[in-house]
Design a protein around this ligand. Structure first.
Ligand code: HSE
Length: 436
């Protein structure tokens, strides 16, 4: 049986998962592909630490160039993460005519265009299924299964850590800080959780998905991003009362004015499929012109689920190698010729529904002042809840709205927050009733 040779750069958690999966299912994979798959070299700065799996010591090296310069290696698997030297290694591998598989979402979100162009020019494959949604085949689904469709919208839960935190806040009624500490002590959240809780990781994934669905490149800083660290247990309780659950959603919608792309905590109806994706799971909902509604669900992270996605890319490339072809499926769904940059719709022009929580002194006339400002800014109120009575103290007043324009909402809230009886900054959470 013909054999293909793999070189792995980065022997961390996912790298270990890849080696483990090859140890356990390597023969099955080779049988399915009709081609042998052999891991020839593994490069990492630490080759001493035990990974708890059997590894042939002869394949380990601290020098990634032993992989890049080895003419027998067909596929370079980059699992070291970060920008550099990962980018250099990937480009060097491509320049040497090697196919590449990577899970590096931060790198692809920022430099995907350059890397994809280099791969297309050189006629090699680049697989990155593991970069978004872990084990969920969202990239293959968009590029291959839905190739005959116009994707009208995509909404996704793309960060397991923040979904776990929001789920626990909802189910256990605990505060954000308490749940975050618990998640950290159980190893579900990083010691520095910024990337996950401030939506940075999720924005990277949204940028990659946008480039697959809608065009060439998007500047990360042009995507509206808001994390979950300001969500209080009070907001969770009100959302339940209103029939919603709060999820950190990545949203992309095709509009006549351009692509609406945003990432923020979102209230969705409690019976929506996405509202019922809990714990550290990820999910995607796509609305397409022909396929209609498509929903994908699964583990978005973790050693073995992510390794499964890496191996699926390796299998695709191995099948192409067996047939003597490459570049059959381009990195993006759109043909490289004439592919344009993505035209994003200005965020302040989006129209959605809103939840506001005002902190206001409990006194006659306060509601009419707030609703007067909302009305003057073309914002129509759908429901109002006031909890408790506090003589001379502030009480929470919650309002939901019908669809309004983001710029009108911002102007109205700036005016409301200046009223003497409104204490502190108003909390705003967007509600999606029909876009997702
Ligand atoms: N840290 C990510 C998450 C997984 O919590 O989903 C890797 O992208």
């Amino acid at each position: 049986m013909k054999k293909i040779s793999l070189g792995l750069i980065g022997f961390g958690t996912i790298g270990t998962g890849v080696v483990k999966l090859l140890n356990e299912n390597g023969s099955l994979i080779s049988e399915r592909l009709g081609i042998g798959v052999q891991l020839s070299k593994i490069a990492d700065i630490d080759i001493k630490r035990s990974r708890g799996i059997p590894v042939d010591q002869g394949v380990l090296t601290t020098d990634a160039y032993e992989i890049l310069n080895d003419p027998h290696i067909d596929i370079v698997i980059e699992l070291m993460g970060g920008y550099e030297p990962a980018k250099t290694f990937i480009l060097e591998a491509i320049n040497r005519g090697k196919h590449v598989v990577t899970a590096n979402k931060a790198l692809l979100a920022l430099h995907g265009n350059e890397i994809f162009n280099a791969a297309v020019k050189k006629g090699v494959n680049i697989g990155f299924e593991a970069s978004v949604g872990g084990t969920i085949p969202i990239i293959k689904t968009i590029k291959e299964s839905l190739v005959a469709n116009k994707i009208r919208s995509l909404s996704g839960i793309v960060n397991g850590t923040s979904n776990l935190i929001l789920s626990k806040m909802t189910d256990e009624g605990k505060a954000f800080d308490v749940v975050l500490k618990e998640a950290q002590s159980l190893g579900f959240a990083e010691a520095d959780p910024t990337y996950d809780i401030e939506g940075i990781d999720a924005a990277h994934k949204l940028a990659i998905l946008l480039s697959l669905c809608f065009g060439k490149k998007v500047r990360l800083e042009d995507i509206y991003r808001e994390g979950i660290s300001h969500i209080s247990e009070q907001d969770i309780a009100f959302s339940k009362e209103l029939g919603y659950r709060i999820k950190l959603l990545a949203i992309a919608i095709e509009r006549p004015e351009g692509i609406e792309a945003r990432l923020h905590p979102t209230m969705i109806a409690f019976d929506h499929l996405l509202a019922n994706v809990n714990g550290n799971f990820n999910a995607f909902h796509l609305m397409c012109d022909a396929a209609d509604s498509v929903f994908l669900f699964g583990q978005g992270s973790g050693m073995m689920p992510t390794a499964s996605a890496v191996l699926s890319d390796i299998a695709d490339i191995a099948r192409d190698i067996r047939k003597g072809i490459a570049g059959r499926i381009p990195p993006r769904v759109l043909d490289e010729e004439g592919i344009g940059d993505i035209r994003l719709m200005p965020f302040d022009q989006i129209r959605t529904s809103y939840y506001f929580r005002f902190s206001a002194v409990d006194r006659p006339g306060v509601l009419s002042r707030i609703s007067g400002i909302l009305g003057a800014n073309d914002i129509s109120i759908k429901a109002v809840i006031q909890k408790g009575r506090g003589v001379g103290e502030s009480v929470p007043i919650v309002m939901t709205t019908y669809k309004a324009r983001e710029c009108d909402v911002r102007k109205a809230l700036a005016d409301i927050d200046r009223i003497d009886v409104v204490m502190g900054k108003t909390m705003l959470i967007r509600i999606e009733d029909d876009n997702c």
